[in-house]
Design a protein around this ligand. Structure first.
Ligand SMILES: NC(=O)c1ccc[n+]([C@@H]2O[C@H](COP(=O)([O-])OP(=O)(O)OC[C@H]3O[C@@H](n4cnc5c(N)ncnc54)[C@H](OP(=O)(O)O)[C@@H]3O)[C@@H](O)[C@H]2O)c1
Length: 296
């Protein structure tokens, strides 16, 4: 039996879609945990068992994990958190309790690149508490380790549309990996459907190439058919804007620290190999996702 958390989220809904497609002809039970089951499409609701509630509630998890072979796990972002670390740890404790009480066999979790080397890297540093706590239960575990998602560019649709520009507190020239959530979901679904693995390991997911923000601007310009440029903004000004949009000081500072760490090469420590290079290119993603969003 497979349990998928965050079935309405960006990665989670694609994990669920892949699992449902692949397991269509099998007798495998698929169970999801959803705060608001009405947000699941009817065709999904018909094919899964739904445990209503939040996946940081131990009673909900205990119910959902009864008989579970594998669990897809993700800590939702919380821009209103007073402490990033406390948000992650508070979210993970009920999971660890339920893994042990229900004897879950395998967990696939969404983490980040940079484990073991990230220092003062905001949300990136904090997420490794998740890996540590899950591993401490002894469950078989695969930690999916990603760079920034291509989907982060969707936060910049309005300035791209109105000013032909996107901004970050990072340099334009640093080449970094970036991956599409569809490739993360495909890797997660494969692991969820494979009953043969055990032990604990990391699975890097790097996308097909390293790109700078200037490279991305050039690709976007070609795909959108109009000029798009990247602008580096001062960290403090960026942080102030995030806070004006309702983020806590802690969450905004985390994003600034994360950007600085990535700019200093945090993501480049993971060597690229054919195995960790995933297929969706930034150009393809822009054609299929960004362009409709900008035109919409
Ligand atoms: N963005 C990046 O570049 C990047 C890079 C590396 C790793 N990550 C990691 O990726 C994860 C984000 O994944 P994503 O983009 O798929 O997230 P997302 O699209 O924001 O989805 C969040 C999901 O969590 C649910 N949710 C939100 N708040 C909740 C709460 N308090 N209790 C229970 N459920 C809640 C939402 O469901 P409802 O609201 O429908 O209930 C939704 O299904 C984070 O863990 C982040 O650290 C991100």
């Amino acid at each position: 039996m497979i349990v998928v958390t965050t079935p309405t989220g960006s990665i989670g809904h694609q994990v669920l879609g892949n699992v449902l497609d692949t397991a269509a002809d099998s007798a495998e039970t698929i169970r999801v945990i959803a705060r608001d089951p009405s947000r699941l499409p009817p065709r999904v609701r018909e094919r899964v068992e739904v445990v209503p509630g939040a996946h940081n509630d131990v009673d909900v998890l205990t119910k959902a994990f009864a008989g579970a072979d594998s669990v897809f796990w993700l800590v939702p972002p919380n821009p209103h958190a007073a402490s990033i670390q406390a948000h992650i740890v508070d979210f993970i404790r009920p999971l660890c309790e339920a893994i042990n009480s229900e004897d879950v066999k395998r967990v696939v979790g969404v983490s980040s690149l940079g484990r073991g080397i990230a220092k003062k890297a905001g949300q990136i540093s904090a997420i490794f508490a998740m890996d540590d706590l899950i591993e401490s239960t002894g469950v078989s575990y695969r930690s999916l380790c990603m760079p920034g998602f291509m989907e982060n560019m969707l936060w910049q649709v309005e300035p791209i549309k109105r000013q032909g520009m996107f901004s970050l507190p990072m340099s334009g020239d640093r080449k970094v990996p970036t991956c599409a959530t569809r490739d993360i979901a495909a890797a997660a679904a494969n692991l969820m459907l494979d009953g043969s693995w055990s032990g604990q390991a990391s699975v890097p997911i790097l996308g097909p190439e390293d790109l700078s923000h200037n490279d991305m601007a050039q690709i976007m310009s070609g795909v959108l058919g109009r000029p798009v440029r990247f602008r580096q903004v001062p960290a403090e000004a960026y942080k102030a804007t995030l806070m004006q949009h309702g983020m806590t000081e802690a969450w905004a500072q985390g994003l600034i620290d994360m950007a600085a760490a990535v700019d200093q090469g945090l993501y480049s420590a993971q060597p690229r190999t054919p195995e960790n290079s995933t297929p969706t290119s930034f150009r393809q993603w822009c054609e299929q996702v960004l362009k409709p969003a900008v035109q919409g």
